[in-house]
Design a protein around this ligand. Structure first.
Ligand SMILES: Cc1cc2nc3c(=O)[nH]c(=O)nc-3n(C[C@H](O)[C@H](O)[C@H](O)COP(=O)(O)OP(=O)(O)OC[C@H]3O[C@@H](n4cnc5c(N)ncnc54)[C@H](O)[C@@H]3O)c2cc1C
Length: 396
């Protein structure tokens, strides 16, 4: 047991030195606050390092609340408006980090994600942030003037406590449910977390039919519930993946059907009606507009082996509809090991949208992925980490 005089005091303690935590610590430190930043991992910001295929898709030019899922879709509005992609781009440029737009407003480093980690580390240094890493947090208690934290490196006291421990995706690099546990300890509600931006598994029966398509990618329009995207879909040996599927996984719930438009630029019913007299076998005919390997397999799955002219106009109409609206019922997701983010988290009703402070517990803040704000694929999740980290960093 450490005696009282061994308790180090800070103005702010941030737990979790990921994207949001480092941004928040740097901002608070640069305002002159004495900041302690704690993380349990051996390696700094592994999630940033592996992000965007090692190049970190650090923001999106078209960032707006419509790119986020939350029980309160308006919650993210305030923080995103006050720290925008332009602000982060200006920071990236100040550090001389070269970047490019890949597609759909997605900005990536030309070099490596490590540059973003170094940027954040330097920003923390500019704020004279004190680090404790690797350091496990044993417990947090609220005391009359703030919080006391017990860790493997000693006890600390602070006026403000920021929880930036992220979600549950990729447990192998140090994700823990600490944010949810602390919320529970303080009586804050949590929207049940589930994996998102995650590949979807298919039932073995259909998987067998599609097995030799593994590695094949198609541009499709995909929808489920309120979600609707046009991006590439990839067949894998376990099911379906690629940007289109990762995006739609955030909208998919157990038992839901997803709808795939395989020919988004074609009115297939009219096209088939116009070629209704063709003597070409249906699968070869379809191979004129879709990758051959896919066309053959899809026709086998739907028993379409006859020449086009042997199908009645009604049958062709039905096939056309199916090509524009192929319904699949995934059997599940590939779980947190393969997910990029966690849906759900600290209920936004519990937090101020301006500061991310708990409405019930003064001085307690939750930022980043721990909060029930989840972005689409494409740099939106990092932008939420920067914006929410910045919002809290200005007031803690
Ligand atoms: C493979 C992959 C690729 C991705 N690519 C992109 C991309 O290109 N663009 C994009 O916008 N988003 C991307 N994301 C999502 C993005 O990485 C996260 O949304 C973002 O990192 C969340 O930031 P955060 O600070 O809230 O949490 P994190 O970055 O996860 O940081 C949480 C920190 O808390 C620490 N921690 C956890 N538990 C404890 C504990 N109990 N005690 C102490 N410390 C703890 C962790 O070690 C970690 O350092 C990707 C995610 C994955 C998994």
């Amino acid at each position: 047991m450490l005696s009282m005089n061994k308790i180090e005091a800070y103005d702010v303690i941030v737990v979790g030195a990921g994207a949001a935590g480092m941004m928040c610590a740097a901002q608070a430190g640069q305002r002159g606050r004495r900041v302690l930043l704690i993380d349990h991992s051996q390696k700094l910001a592994e999630k940033i390092r592996i992000s965007g295929g090692g190049r970190c898709n650090f923001t999106n030019l078209y960032c707006g609340p419509e790119h986020y899922l939350s029980q309160n879709p308006d919650f993210c509005r305030s923080a995103l408006a006050r720290y925008t992609p332009r602000h982060f781009i200006a920071l990236v440029e100040r550090y001389g980090i070269r970047y490019h737009e890949k597609t759909l407003g997605q900005l990536f480093c030309d070099g490596s994600a490590q540059q973003i980690i170094e940027l954040l580390r330097s920003e923390c240094e500019a704020g004279q942030v004190t680090w404790r890493r690797p350091c496990e947090v044993h417990g947090v208690v609220a005391i009359s003037e703030g919080f006391r934290i017990a860790t493997t490196q000693g006890q600390y006291h602070s006026q403000s406590l920021v929880i930036a421990t992220g979600g549950l995706a990729v447990p192998a690099i140090g994700s823990t449910p600490m944010a949810y546990q602390i919320a529970e300890q303080f009586g804050l509600s949590v929207v049940p977390p589930r994996p998102a931006l995650v590949p979807l598994a298919l039932e073995s029966e259909i998987r067998e039919h599609l097995a030799n398509l593994s590695g094949l990618s198609l541009e499709v329009e995909i929808s489920c519930g309120q979600g609707h995207f046009r991006e590439a879909m990839l067949f894998t040996h376990r099911g379906i993946s690629g940007p289109a599927v990762l995006q739609i996984s955030s909208y998919w719930k157990d038992g839901d059907l997803i709808s795939i438009n395989l020919l988004p630029d074609m009115d297939t019913q009219t096209w088939l009606a116009e070629h209704g007299t063709s003597r070409t076998r249906f699968d070869n005919f379809l191979a004129e507009v879709l990758p051959r390997r896919f066309a053959l397999q899809w026709c086998e799955l739907h028993h379409l082996k006859k020449p086009v002219c042997q199908y009645s106009p009604t049958q062709l109409q039905h096939i056309g509809k199916t090509l524009n609206n192929w319904s699949l019922r995934p059997s599940g997701t590939l779980g947190y090991h393969k997910a990029e983010v966690t849906l759900g988290g600290i209920d936004t009703q519990e937090l101020s949208s301006k500061t991310l402070e708990s409405k019930k517990i003064a001085g307690l803040y939750f930022i980043g992925e721990a909060v029930d704000v989840t972005g689409h694929l494409g740099g939106f999740n990092f932008q939420w980490a920067w914006s929410s980290g910045h919002a809290a960093g200005q007031v803690v």
